[in-house]
Design a protein around this ligand. Structure first.
Ligand code: PHE
Length: 457
């Protein structure tokens, strides 16, 4: 099979299966693994949540990922063009999916900027000030500093994307992903060695069926979805750079394993350390920016080598967030180059300018523009809600209907078969036609209800 066999343009490609698996994992492993998974696992029944999560990833999650990668590889195009190739009336699914990275990237970059700031704070030996009350809130309320860090983050992403798939993204992941695994192992070992850590470990791993219920399943499903970077055109785009001869099913399975392993390690890093710090008080464990930028700095400085642990930890967070942001950036770039037939150079520059502008409001929303808020949400929260809670489940339902019912799962099966026989095809058909649309609908409804504060997670 020649390169670009099914595509009209000669696309840059991953050099092989490893390059694809690393890039897919690099996109999947992000802030969701580090600052949300441990919290959910602890809250929703420890081991019971872990088992639920693993089952969901390897059935529902990977079926959806296989479908997306296959659409990308078959058409050799990014989301909008890919859906359009099956009929103009389907283009709207691609358009909807493409909006998601366009909304996420600016605010994800704002968080990327905060991470860079925290690396420098710990690196310069100033960890104790990062652990003081209000350090974080005072920092994000400023105008110039957070925006400057955000722009640096966007610029760095732009440089890697500019270098292309093989020479940029693949090269970076080749070093950053192994480094991420090593740092995760080192910090987990450190965290487990702290006095009082064992109580945290037990809390994390032993199934607790009192906290287990339908909410556990819904929370696990939502987390899995975000964590695997599904329904936002990313896996379609990366699929379009995959070679026909590379085993698609196996590659996707490896991404699932990698992503889940790092989420699991994040729990080992964070839960025992927080327990050791709080004297076994489970309520100290929180999620999101509060966990990362407020609780954890306090945890680090309460133990020896705080500046080293803090620096290492925030470098790890940076690697995770940076490689995810790159996948978002690349997805936007490929949409522009496919749609307007622009060169990579032009698309990267235009995307960079747009992101630079679009990242200012979510950053300013914590200070100068804090008067802009709907239902108590800051600008960043609103962008997060719109992309993750509203558009993403919607795009996912449509993608399932598209594959399961409108064009038929055989298209995906044929594409997977191009490399290796699709072993779990029967399961795939069943999931994509029946289970996935139903689950996506449940997520969508429960997100809307929880944002209206009718139910809570
Ligand atoms: N999958 C990433 C995570 O777990 C998040 C992400 C979302 C990455 C959107 C890219 C795009 O954090």
């Amino acid at each position: 099979m020649t390169e670009g066999h099914h595509s009209r343009n000669i696309r840059d490609k991953f050099s092989g299966r490893i390059g694809f698996v690393l890039a897919g994992s690099a996109s999947a492993i992000g802030l969701g693994n580090l600052w949300r998974f441990p919290y959910l696992a602890a809250k929703y029944g420890g081991g019971a949540f872990l088992i639920t999560y693993i089952i969901l990833v390897f059935t529902l999650g990977l079926s959806l990922m296989i479908a997306e990668v296959a659409i990308g590889r078959k058409t050799g195009l990014s989301a909008i063009g890919a859906f359009k190739q099956f009929g103009r009336k389907y283009a709207f699914i691609g358009i909807l999916s493409s909006f998601i990275p366009i909304i996420i990237t600016p605010y994800y970059s704002v968080i990327g900027g905060w991470i860079l700031k925290y690396i420098t704070v710990f690196f310069t030996g100033d960890g104790t000030s990062a652990a003081t009350d209000n350090f974080f809130l005072n920092f994000i309320a400023q105008t110039a500093q957070p925006i400057a860090w955000t722009w640096i983050f966007i610029f760095l992403c732009g440089c890697v994307v500019f270098l292309g798939i093989k020479n940029g993204i693949e090269q970076l992941n080749k070093y950053m992903m192994p480094a991420l695994v090593i740092i995760s192992l080192v910090i987990s070992a450190y965290s487990l060695s702290l006095p009082g850590a064992f109580a945290g470990l037990k809390y994390y791993l032993i199934p607790n069926f009192d906290n287990f219920g339908i909410k556990t399943v819904v929370a696990a499903m939502g987390q899995m979805f975000f964590s695997l970077s599904l329904a936002m055109g990313i896996m379609i785009t990366y699929g379009s750079y995959m070679r026909k001869e590379d085993d698609l099913e196996k590659s996707v399975r490896h991404i699932g394993i990698f992503d889940t392993a790092i989420a699991f390690l994040a729990g080992l890093m964070i839960i025992p350390a927080v327990f050791a710090f709080s004297g076994g008080e489970a309520g100290t464990l929180n999620a999101g920016p509060g966990l990362m930028f407020v609780t954890l700095p306090k945890v680090f400085v309460s133990f020896p080598f705080a500046n080293i642990t803090g620096t290492l930890f925030f470098i790890l967070v940076f690697f995770a967030a940076f490689t995810s942001a790159i996948s978002l950036y690349e997805t936007i770039v490929s949409i522009f180059s496919d749609h307007f037939k622009w060169s990579r150079r032009k698309s990267v520059i235009v995307t960079g300018i747009l992101l630079t502008l679009a990242a200012a409001p979510p950053s300013l929303g914590f200070g100068a523009w804090n008067f802009i808020s709907i239902a108590g949400m800051t600008i960043l929260d609103m962008m997060d809600f719109l992309s993750n809670s509203a558009l993403m489940p919607l795009a996912a339902v449509l993608t399932c209907l598209f594959i399961g019912w409108w064009v038929g799962p055989q298209i995906v099966i044929n594409e997977v078969n191009e490399s290796q026989l699709f072993k779990s095809r029967l399961l795939f058909v069943f999931i994509i036609k029946w289970i996935a649309p139903l689950c996506m609908l449940i997520i969508f409804v429960s997100y809307v209800l929880s944002s209206l504060k009718i139910i809570s997670f």
